[in-house]
Write a protein that binds this ligand. Structure first.
Ligand SMILES: [Zn+2]
Length: 462
């Protein structure tokens, strides 16, 4: 079995993979509730002869890895399967939710997990037929949308003994990605004061809500004095009960994001001072809890080059008239200025061969300007071992993640074709890594170099 046979084998598996994707899309289980989706992956992998390991730990019932092969290298492939609240949608090009606030796969994780699965199943066949040394692990990673599943898995040691990790995300273009994701912290600030009748004895009360409001004012002044790329956002999660009771308890929930983890940590320290100041002004007590946090992608040139090589080597999908029509209709359901803005995050419109669906693969140079500005707990994995990252075109140009249009596209043949392409990139990369211990070693050497001055400390332990 050579690389071409491997990719042909995977091509023949596409129908099966599409059915799995459809099942996960229909299950649409949100973060932390992915019981049936993770069970589906577990069952397929154990039926195929993979050895299952459950990841122990609090709230990690839907986390596992399934392993095949023996010896080194040990290659981790990251799979996700969680959906988003409120983004349910019937297949098709018209807005049609499945139910009020029902969840849906608006981030395409039904495709994400299945492409990873396809890659490992094909490579399993290759190892079985050729007796090649090496171990592949499919990681079932829950709770990506709440940015915490892999962070918890890392803390429980789930990724120990792996050499490299492979990952991707459904998107609007086919492209290798070297840098991306904003690092973030998710922090709850809790204030406690003294309640009193707001008219009869206001002088006896110390308002926790005043603290929250003063903290927000301070945070809004802080914005001017942080780096341009930083983002600070908040909501008030407890503001007291009634106007005539001075609130004894109040809580706000903040996200701090920036391109680099060290900036997030520095801004978080300053935000805590703002909270302390608010507590001092109002004579209340303050405590805070970092309930989650993530890292940005740590680049790895060796794996970036290998991803690019495979993306250039393996033919990306082409589309039928009907599929392009679907892409056009989906794009036209969005505001045209927003579409322009979304497209500019990936390509300049003049570069598009046709305006509705991306075709081809971005070059390494063009991939450098792609903005991947969300946050993901996959970033954390790149700080515990060398990791690659790539995007595959599963949604029409202009369709943003976390939209009903993304949910609809993730069950369309456009989504399925993108998933199929991604599964081949995984298989191709694993094939190359199993052939070349030198490449694995070079990726690991680079990782050691890059983490010399900044190691990984779990955001949950900061
Ligand atoms: Zn996602």
């Amino acid at each position: 079995m050579n690389k071409k046979n491997l990719l042909d084998y995977l091509e023949n598996m596409q129908e099966e993979l599409q059915e799995i994707s459809e099942k996960v899309w229909n299950l649409a289980e949100v973060s932390g509730k992915e019981e049936k989706s993770s069970e589906l992956f577990r069952n397929i992998l154990t039926d195929q002869g993979f050895t299952l390991t459950e990841v122990e730990g609090k709230d990690l019932a839907n986390a596992f890895y399934a392993e095949y092969g023996s010896g080194s290298p040990v290659i981790a492939v990251l799979g996700e399967y969680d959906a988003l609240p409120g983004l349910s949608q019937e297949a098709g090009t018209k807005r049609s939710p499945k139910g009020k606030n029902a969840p849906g796969h608006g981030c395409g994780h039904n495709l994400l997990g299945t492409a990873a699965l396809g890659g490992v199943l094909a490579i399993k066949k290759y190892i079985e037929e050729t007796g090649t040394e090496g171990t592949i692990r499919f990681y079932g990673c829950p709770e990506e949308e709440t940015l915490v599943g892999k962070v918890k898995m890392i803390r429980e040691g789930a990724f120990k003994d792996c050499d490299v990790a492979l990952s991707w995300h459904p998107m609007n273009v086919n492209s290798p990605i070297e840098t991306g994701f904003l690092a973030n912290n998710s922090i709850k600030f809790r204030f406690s004061g003294t309640s009193a009748h707001a008219a009869q004895s206001p002088e006896s009360g110390r308002s926790a809500l005043d603290s929250v409001e003063l903290m927000n004012v301070g945070a809004n002044y802080l914005r001017e004095h942080v780096i341009d790329e930083a983002r600070i956002h908040y909501t008030i999660t407890n503001a007291g009960g009634a106007p005539n009771i001075i609130p004894a308890d109040a809580e706000s929930w903040y996200f701090v994001r920036a391109p680099r983890r060290k900036d997030v940590e520095a801004i978080t320290k300053r935000l805590v001072k703002v909270a302390e100041g608010a507590a001092m002004m109002t004579e209340t007590e303050m405590e805070y809890e970092i309930i989650g946090g993530t890292y940005e992608i740590l680049p790895n040139r060796v794996l970036f080059d290998l991803t690019d090589k495979n993306m250039q080597e393996i033919d990306p999908p082409s589309y039928t008239e009907e599929e392009l029509q679907f892409a056009e209709e989906i794009q036209k359901s969005l505001d045209s200025d927003m579409v322009e803005g979304e497209i500019r995050k990936f390509i300049s419109r003049e570069d598009a061969a046709q305006p509705y669906q991306f075709e081809g693969v971005l070059s390494k140079e063009d991939s450098q300007v792609v903005e991947v500005a969300g946050s993901s707990d996959s970033g954390d994995v790149s700080w515990v071992m060398p990791m690659n990252f790539f995007l595959a075109a599963t949604w029409p140009l202009g369709v943003p993640a976390h939209s009903w249009q993304a949910t609809a596209s993730s069950i369309s043949s456009l989504g399925m074709k993108g998933m199929g392409y991604a599964s081949k990139i995984f298989a191709g990369m694993m094939y190359d890594l199993l052939q070349s211990q030198e490449t694995v070693d070079a990726a690991k050497d680079e990782f050691v170099q890059r983490t010399q001055n900044q190691g990984y400390v779990s955001p949950l332990d900061q």
